[in-house]
Write a protein that binds this ligand. Structure first.
Ligand code: PEP
Ligand code: MG
Length: 327
């Protein structure tokens, strides 16, 4: 009974809880073809653009110009709404056929995401320049995946600043107001979230990886899929800490992992104070409907109760009791 499916066409422009709290729903975009359903559900913007797709479908690294063309289309089609670019997140389960780093014993713990970008500054700079240029006259943000320290974030952002200086010197238009953010996906990042929140413009919770790395459960391994638990007390507390840090330093916090499409977890997420959700368009109507049915006071109470529980079994019993049973 939880999945109250209804159509994107029925969606209201604004999403509010029963008590009137405004909640924003953004779209996760993998391919440019995902923009159509995003526009149909009136997404308030793009909360996550997974930029690895233009890289995966080719036989070689795309040039700055080839990337610019794609990113510019994305920005134009969102017609002034905010677009969040994520820098290349290859490695792990996303390999490039033309780049041979396939000899890693533990690719999820290896040369993935921002680590690859920081090691390959030329490829990274080309992508950053393409993002910065596509953002000229638009509301754009850039976020870095798999950041494990403040140092990672600063190193990545410094390269973006260098790109801005060279674009400026070359007289090429770009967005000088681009915001820079951290994807919160690693336990190490959670431990230094206060410092990250001070340094970055925004934080975005990548719950798919946060769960994988906090619980040491490979998100692609069927044999351990029963251990991949969004409602593990450690995950609940980590999410709460991230939101608290954002509030403390007045930085925008959103969630872009699949967790935000999980109806069981929604009261908790609202209850800890998340107000910005980025999800696959197909789940947007259900999310809006569920938000409409919740009220903040109740959600806050649910979150407080869940945060006080130390065992997985206690959280499960609580969810069951509230008719929010794990699927
Ligand atoms: C995540 O990890 O939650 C996330 C949004 O990134 P991806 O699924 O692309 O790793
Ligand atoms: Mg991720």
């Amino acid at each position: 009974a939880w999945r109250v499916l209804h159509d994107a066409a029925d969606m209201k422009e604004e999403t509010r809880t029963r008590c009137g709290q405004r909640i924003s729903i953004f779209a996760n975009i993998n391919l440019l073809s995902d923009l159509k359903p995003a526009r149909e559900f009136k997404a308030e913007g793009v909360g996550l653009y997974r930029s690895e797709f233009p890289f995966i479908v080719r036989n070689d690294f795309p040039t700055e110009e080839e990337q610019y063309v794609i990113y510019k289309k994305l920005v134009d089609q969102m017609e002034g709404r905010m677009v969040t670019f994520r820098t290349l997140d290859i490695g792990g389960d996303k390999m490039l056929s033309y780049y041979s780093n396939v000899n890693e014993a533990n690719p999820f713990l290896g040369m993935r995401a921002i680590r690859f970008s920081l090691e390959n500054k030329d490829i990274f700079s080309q992508q950053l320049r393409a993002f910065l240029r596509a953002g000229a006259d638009a509301d754009t943000r850039i976020m870095f995946p798999l950041v494990s320290s403040v140092d990672d974030f600063i190193a990545a952002r410094d390269i973006a600043y260098e790109c801005m200086s060279s674009l400026d010197a070359e007289g090429i238009a770009f967005n000088p107001d681009t915001k820079f953010g951290v994807m919160m996906e690693l336990p190490s990042a959670v431990e230094v979230v206060d410092e990250l929140a001070q340094e970055a413009d925004f934080l975005s919770i990548g719950s798919n990886d946060l769960i994988q790395y906090m619980l040491a459960v490979d998100r692609t391994n069927e044999m351990v899929s029963s251990l991949y638990l969004a409602h593990h007390p450690a995950i609940l507390r980590a999410i709460n800490r991230i939101v608290r840090a954002g509030l403390k330093y007045e930085k925008d916090v959103s969630i872009c992992g699949d967790l935000s499409a999980d109806p069981r977890m929604l009261p908790f997420l609202l209850g800890v104070g998340l107000k910005k959700f980025s999800i696959d368009s197909v789940n947007a109507p259900t999310l809006q409907r569920l938000v409409n049915e919740l009220n903040m006071e109740e959600a806050e109470k649910i979150a407080r109760t869940m945060l006080a529980l130390g065992r997985i079994s206690e959280v499960e019993a609580f969810l069951l009791e509230r008719n929010l049973a794990p699927e």
